[in-house]
Ligand binder design. Structure first.
Ligand code: ATP
Ligand code: MG
Length: 394
């Protein structure tokens, strides 16, 4: 039996009135985007507070489901068999073969639920449910009816263009469709954390841009490629990402020359935030995103986070702030970034790192150390932001 349509379910809480159609339109756009990467021809449309995907001609079922599972905002994906209306006797036969094929085991309880949009159909929805239920019971002695908690809810929709039958609900990604909640700038390194952080914020409907700081020749082309690969994986969920690649070498070397070495990481991170904010302003981003989590490393103690945050005018979103590494790894594995993240390529942060970095930096002290950069930092900042390379991902 061939699934020729998908019925897409979405959560409806908090999306009333005008927000509802914005939500639905964004969802339709995201579904179309996801399916543009799949071989086949798909028609995506809204109808009666539902979203449908009609698959025209040949298509790859597994790949289609895989791509739909990555669309934020969908809570369920129902593969639908679309039948021609060739009379009720034919419908009974088709529904019986549907059950036979989809549930080969047969030891289950079920209930038929009918929606009748085509009012001219000769039976009403109660009658359709009852008579189809009877046909299934008659065909399979092991199957029972349970109207309260059925294992299988067999849905039948009688529409003008045919009869839609479905019972399976494949869990969707949840969240909100990307594009319904503005845009933010992800500080994307080659590590495990930041891709997960980007994924989590995108899941709330936020479009992503990203910035990566590299330090050639101290960091390699391969390290940069790893970040591009990670951005590509995140974009499978989040949609297209504009990646800013910033050459951070001269700023790092200058900080290294001028400032106490135990403060290097903090000062470097403050410059990363400043540069990320610079791009954010230009791209109308509403905040920054990092993969920081309290206490994970010296630069992520409460004092270090405060010292880093000190330079930011924009909100900084740190969705992993209360996560253990173990939980972050679990998500990284689930979304498919983990294997790429653990490839052993150097990050610019690790190259200039001190043996004993401060773990409780004092903001005032850090600000004073930064004054030592006054001579050249503006010029280096300007050079870094004007020589950025932009890579369009997804
Ligand atoms: P990650 O696994 O995300 O690299 P981490 O545990 O290695 O995180 P840090 O290196 O202290 O932690 O970085 C903290 C955050 O700063 C990262 O999650 C990321 O958002 C940002 N960041 C660090 N290095 C870079 C970089 N080279 N380019 C862009 N952002 C970076
Ligand atoms: Mg890192």
């Amino acid at each position: 039996m061939r699934f020729s349509t998908f019925l897409l379910k979405y959560g409806e809480i908090g999306i009333k009135g005008k927000n509802r159609y914005l939500f639905e339109d964004a969802l339709v756009r995201q579904v179309k985007r996801a399916l543009s990467k799949v071989d086949g021809e798909f028609k995506v449309y809204k109808s009666q507070a539902r979203i449908y995907v009609d698959c025209e001609g040949e298509y790859d079922y597994e790949d289609t489901v895989e791509h739909l599972k990555r669309v934020f905002g969908l809570v369920g994906i129902c593969p639908v068999v679309r039948l021609k209306d060739e009379g009720f006797e034919e419908l009974k036969k088709d529904v019986v073969s549907y059950m036979d094929e989809i549930y080969p085991e047969k030891k289950l309880t079920f209930k038929v639920e009918t929606r009748r949009a085509k009012k001219s159909y000769p039976k009403n929805s109660m009658e359709i449910s009852r008579d189809l239920g009877e046909a299934v019971l008659y065909a399979f002695p092991d199957i029972r009816v349970d109207v309260h908690h059925p294992d299988v809810m067999l849905n039948v929709e009688v529409r003008t263009d045919g009869i839609y039958v479905y019972s399976q609900v494949i869990p969707g990604a949840g969240g909100m469709p990307v594009g319904t909640n503005g845009k933010a700038m992800l500080l994307l390194s080659g590590g495990i954390d930041s891709p997960v952080a980007g994924y989590m914020i995108a899941k709330r409907g936020v479009e992503l841009e990203a910035v990566y700081f590299h330090a050639p020749p101290y960091t390699s082309e391969r390290a940069k490629q790893k970040v591009v690969d990670l951005a590509e994986i995140v974009s499978r969920y989040a949609g297209p990402i504009k990646l800013h690649v910033v050459n951070f070498t001269d700023i790092q070397l200058y900080i290294y020359d001028q400032c106490p070495h135990d403060e290097l990481t903090i000062i470097m991170r403050r410059y990363m935030m400043r540069i990320a904010e610079h791009f954010s302003g230009k791209s109308k981003c509403l905040g920054l995103i990092t993969g920081e989590s309290i206490g994970q490393v010296a630069s992520q103690t409460m004092q270090s986070l405060a010292a880093t945050n000190d330079v930011c005018q924009m909100p900084v979103y740190r969705p992993l702030i209360g996560f253990d590494k173990r939980d972050i790894v679990e998500t990284a594995e689930k979304i498919g970034t983990f294997e790429t993240s653990i490839q052993p390529y150097e990050d610019c942060c690790t190259i200039f790192v001190a043996k004993h970095p401060v773990t409780k930096p004092d903001v005032e002290v850090i600000r004073r150390s930064e004054e030592r950069l006054c001579e050249r930092i503006e010029e280096l900042f300007e050079a870094a932001v004007t020589t950025e390379e932009i890579i369009k991902i997804g």
